[in-house]
Design a binder for this molecule. Structure first.
Ligand SMILES: Nc1nc2c(ncn2[C@@H]2O[C@H](COP(=O)(O)OP(=O)(O)OP(=O)(O)O)[C@@H](O)[C@H]2O)c(=O)[nH]1
Ligand SMILES: [Mg+2]
Ligand SMILES: [Zn+2]
Length: 308
């Protein structure tokens, strides 16, 4: 039997078999004991082989992943956590209000999507709370991100047009939904599909740590076709599996300039005649994104080689 992992609590896995039946599975001992640098050997989205032992189902094997989104584990030093696998696109939910998403966070997330070749869409949610200056800010961000290749939308769960827009984006695809805690990921899913009834919570202090309403990544089928994976909010996205020289390749607006720098091994930080620095000075590359590039480059460079 084969199936798709819909939820993982670390101990139990909910798997949807090819016949449509949902079963609770444990992991076969050999998978549990496998040497691995990830905290979760099996991730939501994985295709797995299931064995039936008496009345119990267990996961015996994981099929090769098309792709996955991975991050450094927030809880375990030197361990990584696969957020989800086999996704066709990712929808990053951000907001300019309650809570305000830092642009560095967005740019880091986009780098991880570029690394694993997952097309990304940005939505700025909670537009019903925005004032004039926020709408102006949104327009600037939309122009910026769309010029780089990321479709960008303004949404509110209270607005039917937004909900329809999101339905169209998700239709017939397998989509990973990410973003910091409280931006409305689960609320959006409840709005597009009334039957889901995912738990959501009013967050009183958006800076408070450890306030996550969604605790496990979970896949849901959409009645109009496709699946979504709702995930717990991310506070800090530490990138892994990255070499310093690669970072610029994951900024699409920098890619075509990279071969034109004076030095072959240009780090694009402050070398003379660096096309990236020049493009930034002339306004062709956004300064904020360039700062995030520099931060990621330095962070990766400082990470111990064996921990990259
Ligand atoms: N005003 C307004 N509030 C919203 C909107 N979308 C969501 N919210 C509220 O924001 C709060 C947090 O929503 P959730 O859906 O739990 O947020 P989440 O992103 O799933 O959070 P985690 O599960 O912790 O990652 C809830 O009180 C929602 O009602 C919106 O468009 N406008
Ligand atoms: Mg949630
Ligand atoms: Zn350069």
């Amino acid at each position: 039997m084969t199936g798709t992992v819909y939820q993982s609590t670390g101990k139990w896995y909910t798997v949807k078999l090819t016949n449509g039946k949902l079963v609770q599975c444990r992991l076969k001992g050999k998978l549990r004991l496998q040497e691995s640098d990830t905290t979760n050997p099996v991730a939501v989205g994985d295709q797995v082989s299931i064995e039936l032992d008496g009345g119990d189902h267990s996961i015996a094997d994981i099929h090769k992943r098309d792709n996955y989104i991975i991050r450094s584990s927030p809880r375990h030093v030197r361990k990584n956590h696969i957020i989800a696998s086999n996704v066709e696109q990712s929808l990053l939910v951000a907001s300019l209000k309650q809570p305000k998403t830092r642009l560095g966070f967005i740019d880091r997330f986009l780098v991880s999507c570029e690394m694993y070749h997952v097309p990304a869409i940005l939505i700025f949610n909670k537009k019903d709370l925005y004032k004039k200056k926020d709408f102006d800010k949104f327009e600037v961000l939309k122009t910026l991100y769309e010029s780089i290749g990321y479709p960008t939308y303004l949404t509110s769960i209270e607005d039917e047009e937004s909900i329809n827009t999101i339905r169209n984006l998700l239709k017939a695809k397998n989509t990973l939904i990410s973003g910091q805690s409280g931006v409305g990921k689960s609320s959006i899913l409840n709005a597009i599909e009334a039957d889901l009834d995912i738990k959501t919570k009013v967050v009183s202090n958006y800076n408070e740590k450890g306030q996550h309403t969604t605790t496990y990544a979970t896949m849901y089928d959409l009645s109009f076709g496709g699946q979504v994976i709702d995930t717990p909010g991310i506070k800090l996205l530490k990138l892994i599996n990255l070499e310093p020289e690669e970072v610029s390749h994951y900024f699409p607006e920098m890619r075509e300039l990279l071969n034109e720098c004076k030095f072959d091994n240009c780090s694009h930080l402050n070398e003379p005649h660096c096309k990236v620095v020049e493009a930034c000075e002339s306004g062709l590359i956004d300064e904020g994104r360039f700062v995030t590039y520099q931060n990621i480059y330095k962070e990766v460079k400082e990470t111990n080689y064996w921990d990259r």
